[in-house]
Ligand binder design. Structure first.
Ligand SMILES: Cc1ncc(COP(=O)(O)O)c(C=O)c1O
Length: 346
């Protein structure tokens, strides 16, 4: 979370807008909260350039819940859907969708340990798929598409770890969804941007709380929404707008990522296996040449307040997640530490 946002939330915690109460204490149907949610949505629409052809839904349950909500909302039993598998998250999304629909595996990079995107010429499409699902940025492997796949079926993208890191062309997608806890706000909130044409397709037995159409009809208030998370997301959107929006964020994010990758590439001590073209802007995994030093690396990093560098438990090694709220100066401090640590081990 950006420090300025946390400071603002802190200053408003006990007395929000002079109401004498916290945002957490007011009704989600109060005029003040409804207005806050409306402003958050308007700000997100400006940032991403979302047209009236799309609904913005504030949902609960994280991105994982959408792995089930997507087939439930877009396909009936017996329908075929296309899925690309380029890392742990898209693999999980495929497994979950398989519980509801027939999944055609368009392409997988598992045999390369998810270090590349399979050649588009080799992709195998199904005919008449209800949608095509992929994950533009795989958080664990640090693998990011540098293009948007062209599909006949509506394209559904899990943008949990890339949304708001750079401008995107929303019109290329049928559905964009993202768990909030990277570039949006606190965990528990998930945002879905759904093309109007894709509403009204939910299975008849869809649980009401997972039904996008019900969510849209009820302005994301079919049941009580995560009000504090929405309030904080609105503050993050405002912060992004003050920083110059997504064009400005992209420039800084590229500088941050380049600093880290060039340090890694120039060193024999650190390495990153991802094909350079597909390296993630947000998640930079790396390994040490001597894995027995992993624990020492983490301990020394922590002493310099460089936190959360342990790689995901499924892959090990290290991972620097350099989301929007991570300042360039923090990445400089990380590079400086990595350089010194390497020299100490020589
Ligand atoms: C790309 C991606 N998809 C899905 C998820 C799962 O999100 P959640 O834990 O909010 O369900 C994550 C979590 O980090 C993620 O990075």
């Amino acid at each position: 979370m950006p420090t300025e946002v946390l400071e603002r939330a802190q200053s408003e915690l006990l007395d929000w807008q002079g109401s004498g109460a916290s945002v957490m204490e007011v009704s989600h149907r109060s005029k003040a909260f409804v207005e806050t949610k409306r402003r958050a949505e308007e700000s997100l629409r400006r940032l991403l350039g979302i047209s009236d052809s799309y609904r913005v839904l504030f949902l609960q349950g994280g991105a994982s819940q959408q792995f089930s909500s997507i087939p439930i909302n877009l396909a009936g039993p017996g329908d075929v859907v296309d899925q690309l598998v380029t890392g742990q998250w898209s693999k999980k999304a495929r497994a979950e969708a398989s519980r509801y629909v027939d999944v055609n595996l368009v392409a997988s990079s598992e045999s390369s340990n998810f270090t590349t995107i399979p050649d588009v010429a080799m992709w195998s499409w199904s005919s008449g798929a209800a949608y095509c699902h992929y994950c533009p940025n795989e958080t664990i492997g640090g693998l990011e598409f540098d293009f948007v796949p062209v599909t006949e079926a509506p394209l559904v993208a899990d943008m949990s770890s890339t949304i708001l890191s750079r401008p995107i062309d929303v019109d290329a997608f049928g559905v964009i969804y993202a768990g909030a806890q990277k570039n949006i706000g606190p965990a528990g909130l998930c945002i879905a941007i759904v093309h109007n044409d894709l509403l009204g397709r939910a299975r008849t037995d869809a649980p009401s709380t997972l039904n996008w159409t019900l969510a849209a009809e009820n302005e994301s208030m079919y049941n009580t929404p995560p009000t504090y998370a929405i309030y904080l997301a609105g503050l993050v959107f405002e912060w992004l707008e003050h920083r110059g929006g997504l064009v400005a964020m992209e420039a800084v994010n590229r500088q941050k990522a380049e600093m880290l990758y060039s340090l890694i590439d120039q060193s024999d001590f650190y390495s990153n296996p991802t094909e350079p073209r597909y390296r993630s802007l947000m998640n930079v995994p790396f390994t040490l040449a001597r894995p027995e030093l992993d624990a020492l690396f983490l301990e020394h990093a922590e002493q310099e307040s460089l936190l959360n560098l342990k790689g995901h438990r499924s892959v090990g090694g290290m991972r620097a997640s350099i989301y929007n709220a991570v300042e360039k100066s923090s990445v400089e401090a990380l590079c400086d530490f990595m350089h010194r640590f390497e020299q100490q081990q020589a």
